[in-house]
Design a protein around this ligand. Structure first.
Ligand SMILES: [Zn+2]
Length: 147
């Protein structure tokens, strides 16, 4: 399992949420199947902070339930870096507990050019993974790529 396929509409939703919550870090979960993202769940940053975040357990639990009921799985955790690059902070690395999760970071450091990068983080090791953004309308990654 390497990269993640992300519909453009979900990237757009993440950017809108990021801009709406700026300067607070925004966060949420992405669900899907295989490596293809299908849904976005915007969550509350319980820390209400400009340089760290934590998700509300009750919201996380409710999302996990919906995702399971839909026959999907949670593929990625995302959060924003309003003023810093799209790289995991020391705290992001320390608090990444799920080896198979993709950790997405959306940076608003250059406001007119939001930057999204994805990582797997395990035991302090950070590996960047490719994020392939696709247009829902005319592209089916399941047919165009070997999953
Ligand atoms: Zn961070």
């Amino acid at each position: 399992m390497t990269g993640l396929f992300l519909p453009q509409r979900i990237l757009d939703a993440m950017i809108l949420q990021a801009e709406a919550e700026d300067p607070i870090e925004a966060c949420g979960l992405l669900s899907g199947q295989e490596r293809i993202v299908r849904e976005i769940y915007e969550l509350t940053n319980a820390d209400d902070s400009e340089d760290h975040f934590s998700m509300l357990p009750a919201e996380q639990f409710a999302v996990a339930k919906k995702v399971r009921a839909a026959g999907m799985e949670i593929l990625a955790v995302y959060h924003t870096h309003p003023t810093s690059p799209a790289r995991p902070s020391e705290e992001d690395i320390r608090l990444a507990f799920t080896p198979n999760m993709v950790y997405l970071i959306l940076s608003l450091m250059v406001p007119w050019r939001p930057e999204l990068r994805g990582f797997r983080i395990h035991d302090g090791d950070v590996v960047e993974i490719p994020i392939q953004v696709f247009d829902d309308q005319d592209f089916d990654p399941a047919q165009d790529y070997v999953i």
